[in-house]
Design a protein around this ligand. Structure first.
Ligand SMILES: C[S@@+](CC[C@H](N)C(=O)[O-])C[C@H]1O[C@@H](n2cnc3c(N)ncnc32)[C@H](O)[C@@H]1O
Length: 215
């Protein structure tokens, strides 16, 4: 099976997994696969370091938005003003939940597996973590294809997280990524301005890719 044949079937499984989580836990950190609210917010804090706090307005793509938890986090951030939030998800149930959590004037949602709109910043939190039965090689190629496509839709930059390969135990259905390889990919193929954050208390890392040098 080629990577392109394998991915749609995997996405159907991922969609069903998250829809099931939402039915079980309601719109909460557990429904999007996180252990607790603390780690959920810690991820948003690291990702949102990408945003320039220069008092300007900004728009966001949240790819794999789940129930839209990032809207509230960004809306409360000081130093810049969120004017439009576009959430993407493959789960209709997640999008329905997100509509109830986000300001309807500044948010809209797209059901599907791709980023289609331009925004200032794009964020990807947890969306690449579950790979089900896909091979590491196929999933690695899938992640890199999507990062390039998402970056192309981002006027100021993209931030994403992945589970780290620096672990001593791995679940078979999850993707653990080498931060060195992804740093190199981002530097060579996306932008000169890349930050790797791998100092926080979770088994994962965050990369910020900016179109401009960061202060
Ligand atoms: C780990 S959850 C994280 C949700 C959200 N980013 C958060 O942190 O609150 C991942 C979400 O990505 C969605 N997803 C997975 N693959 C996707 C794809 N190719 N396109 C759009 N959504 C996707 C899942 O349905 C799920 O809701």
């Amino acid at each position: 099976m080629t990577p392109d044949d394998a991915i749609p079937k995997t996405l159907t499984g991922i969609r069903d997994l998250y829809a099931g989580n939402l039915a079980e836990h309601g719109p909460s950190s557990r429904s999007v696969g996180w252990k607790d609210d603390w780690s959920h917010l810690l991820r948003f804090e690291r990702l949102s370091r990408l945003i320039a706090r220069d008092g300007s307005d900004y728009t966001v793509n949240d790819w794999g938005c789940g129930y839209g938890a990032m809207f509230g986090y960004l809306d409360a951030l000081p130093g810049a003003r969120l004017t439009e939030y576009i959430g993407y998800d493959i789960s209709q149930e997640m999008i329905d939940a997100a509509r109830t959590q986000c300001d309807p004037v500044r948010s809209r949602f797209i059901l599907g597996p791709d980023v289609t709109e331009e925004a200032d910043y794009s964020f990807v939190s947890g969306t690449f973590n579950v790979k089900l039965q896909a091979s590491d090689a196929d999933w690695d190629a899938y992640v890199k294809r999507h990062l390039s496509a998402i970056y192309a839709k981002s006027r100021r930059g993209v931030a994403f997280n992945l589970l780290t390969s620096y672990v001593d135990w791995k679940a078979e259905n999850l993707f653990y990524a080498d931060p060195n390889g992804f740093f190199d990919f981002c530097k060579r193929h996306l932008s000169r301005h890349v930050t790797l954050i791998h100092d926080y208390a979770l088994f994962e890392w965050t990369i910020l890719v900016s179109r401009e040098p960061r202060p």
